[in-house]
Design a protein around this ligand. Structure first.
Ligand SMILES: *Cc1c(COP(=O)(O)O)cnc(C)c1O
Length: 374
């Protein structure tokens, strides 16, 4: 089976995890602190805080920025629900913005319109774009819009570790960047997440919130705020540290395989049957999602590919279609692009354990399934 993704945990990493387990120092400690330093160096950011999931990273971020009841946060309509859920969990409202049909990221023009037309009682506090599947597109525009309107920029970079825009890492453009280390993402610790920021005061708040509001000085413990337990464990950090060493190589493999998909799928009759994603240099290719035309039944395509040993799936959800965020602010729009991506998006296998022949095999059977060829 060519899987959608397949985490690679080396024997060396398993060895290191065993050592941590034998040491008895299991919860957040030196292994996490070292992992944080290595992540900060890799991304080029002052502060990196590891947490228990990408969702925890987003939740802590919103709380650190003081976002809650009476506030509203702009999120893309096309994403994994965690993006909108965390906003709602704080008591704030998640306000959807439709996405661009090719980058799958929040459409900057619609974002500006939503801000300019804001007439609701909630106070707009932040823009929380998703760098969908690792695509860095539009990040500098989001930053500009946030600045113009005095809004926080929170990067939901859950899928975007290693993605860059203009040579600068995603996760360093806004006040805070949030990453996920779920096995479906490029760098995994089983479950896990990361907060990045250049703002020391924000980092201090986030660090308190992830650990019961607890502050430790030599021998003494004080509780400085109301907090949570969103810590990563040392053995998870050991998995992450081992994999971080290989991450640049993995990103290269992904970029090469994505380029191969792109060149094969932009030939022959494929052009009439599918739409390809926008291709940009700094894309980290957590997923390669194409869009089927309206005549194709995605379910049948997925089954056909599965019979031939290829795993595919839908890409992300349309928030407005889920019916969970039915605010007046979300009712006036149609979110037609996001609805189409939700209905017809198809993610093809892409990971560092794949070969060029695997990509060719996927393209061949996809062609059979939809009646197209290079
Ligand atoms: C995966 C993902 C999350 C959630 O991350 P977890 O580590 O699974 O909690 C949030 N936002 C986006 C865009 C994601 O893809």
């Amino acid at each position: 089976m060519i899987k959608l993704s397949q985490p690679r945990i080396s024997e060396e990493v398993i060895q290191r995890v065993s050592e941590v387990l034998r040491s008895g120092n299991l919860v957040h400690g030196q292994e996490c602190i070292d992992f944080e330093q290595e992540l900060a160096d890799f991304i080029g950011v002052k502060q990196a805080l590891v947490v228990s999931s990408g969702t925890a990273a987003l939740h802590v971020t919103l709380l650190s920025l003081g976002i809650g009841a009476g506030d509203a946060v702009l999120v893309p309509d096309f994403t994994f629900p965690a993006t909108a859920n965390v906003v709602e969990i704080t008591g704030a409202k998640a306000v959807m913005v439709d996405v661009d049909p090719y980058t799958y990221n929040m459409d900057p023009k619609l974002l500006k319109e939503t801000i300019s037309n804001w007439r609701y009682s909630e106070k707009l506090k932040a823009i929380m774009p998703v760098l969908e599947f690792g695509n860095p597109a539009n990040i500098s525009e989001y930053k500009k819009i946030a600045k113009e309107h005095g809004l926080f920029l929170i990067e939901d970079a859950a899928c975007a570790i290693g993605a860059k825009w203009d040579g600068q890492h995603i996760g360093t453009f806004g006040e805070i960047g949030c990453f996920s280390f779920h096995p479906r993402k490029t760098l995994t610790t089983g479950e896990g997440g990361l907060i990045t920021t250049n703002d020391d005061a924000l980092a201090k708040k986030a660090s308190l919130l992830r650990n019961h509001g607890m502050f430790r000085t030599k021998g003494a413990v004080s509780f400085e705020t109301i907090g949570l337990n969103y810590r990563l464990t040392n053995f998870q950090a050991a998995i992450g540290r081992g994999s971080l060493r290989d991450l640049s190589d993995w990103l290269n493999v992904r970029r090469n395989l994505a380029a191969l998909y792109y060149s094969l799928l932009s030939k022959g009759t494929f052009v009439e049957k599918i739409q390809l994603p926008n291709f940009s240099d700094g894309h980290s290719w957590q997923s390669f999602m194409i869009v089927l035309d309206d005549k194709q039944k995605r379910h049948d395509v997925i089954s056909h590919l599965k019979e031939n040993g290829i795993e595919t799936n839908l890409g992300a959800q349309s928030m407005s279609q889920l019916g969970l965020y039915d605010h007046v602010e979300n009712r006036k729009n149609t979110f037609s692009v996001s609805a189409k991506l939700y209905k017809s998006g198809l993610v093809l296998p892409l990971h560092e354990n794949m070969s060029e022949d695997d990509v060719k095999k996927v393209v061949f059977f996809l062609g059979l399934a939809i009646g197209a060829q290079c």
